[in-house]
Design a protein around this ligand. Sequence first.
Ligand SMILES: Cc1ncc(COP(=O)(O)O)c(C=O)c1O
Length: 467
Amino acid sequence: MSQLTIRTININHYLEELKMKKKFNRRDFIGTASVVGAGLIAGLPTVACSSVATAKPAILGGPKAFTGTWLSWPIIDQVDEKELLDVLKSLKWCRLGATTAKRFEDEFQKLTGAKYALGVSSGTSALYTMLGALGIGPGDEVIIPPYTFVATYNVVVLNYALPIFVDTDLESFQIDANKIEASITDSTKVIMPVHIGGTPVDLDRVLEVAGKHKIPVIEDACQAHLAEWKGKMVGNWGLAGGFSFQGSKNLNSGEGGAIQTNDEQFVKNCYTFHNQGQGGSVTDYSTGFGTRGTNMRITEFQAGVLLAQMTRVVEQAKLRTENANYLTGMLKTIPGILPAKLYKGVTRSAYHLYMFRYDKTRFAGLDRSKFLDALQKEGIPCSSGYGKMNKSAYVTDLAKNPHYLKIYGEKTMKEWLDRNQCPENDKLTEQAVWFTQNMLLGTKTDMEQIAEAIKKIQKNASEIGKS
Ligand SMILES: Cc1ncc(COP(=O)(O)O)c(C=O)c1O
């Protein structure tokens, strides 16, 4: 029986530990080292909030709606310590000539149900490697959403290909799959949808369009560990999927990533691309590929931490789903709070982010920034999420990049700027509110207090606006 199986059996013990940790002394529990994202609050004063209806909002001097303590992220215990120390003492820290990375790949592949998994140094490396393995380069176009972390864009530009933004579906926060076809040209070489927040895009529609035009789909599943479309995990639907294990992610090794695919030749190509174009001496992937390569190898340390973290990932995913569903049930009854829609095919969101839209017209015109401020004062960490990436100078300056001008010419780069309009995404970036995944590892009471805090702000929105 593998280490992973043994640990899975002990998950109830772990969940008890979690509850105890929340109840009693946080410092007695190993592994509450850091917090996720900005504004996470530890050790909040426990102020009873018996009647939200009559209580003053915290921003106006009243008691906080949230009386608990948010769970820090990541979580570790003796399993993590052992895995890490085992690697350290083995004196084999590079995957070449060692076994931990392979062990991780075997377990990750079993977890996700894909035929092949390849560990890499980060989520960005996963995406970069996949584009490299497809031979993407100057003159090629890659379709991406604007509502994503900038890494999705960066990997396209690192290959001197043209990133083509397809607008967002306001209701789901995901790429609008119905708008992909209009952006396809003879130069389109990849469609790279992002399961943003950990919720699957409309994969049926994406695959239908991609299939019709015979364009490979690379799923950016960097936020979507264990997310499912029609009962099958994401990353299994397109040619391949890329995952991130960066510090905030639901599966975390500080930095790290993985590629999963059901295509044997593709994983071989990825392996050789990420290993300086060389086949590995200790793996099965011994064929060379292409004319380009780099080093994107995962370390044995990362793999060891991931093996330990994976012993909890299934139970944590279940808990997030339970809490997210409970929260959605409450939030959707509040006028002006619009939780992100899940498409019909979504059988599980990873809930890396809990996302909703805030309609200020139902809050006496209270600006989102003031709403966020008031919510934070209630003890609820929150943020406004991504900005208008397609309109940022970082992106639009690409039209002035000398290499791009050399490759594509001024006219094409000017047209590229004109093509990048995403009005629905513009709206979304002005309305979005995010909670982070660790908040969903809390209790039902925590979820109730989030809803209570929002109701309290709504009731007093006009007064808050004047403060
Ligand atoms: C959607 C998305 N794509 C790509 C990445 C890049 O992953 P990493 O930070 O591991 O390089 C991230 C990470 O935040 C992400 O959220």
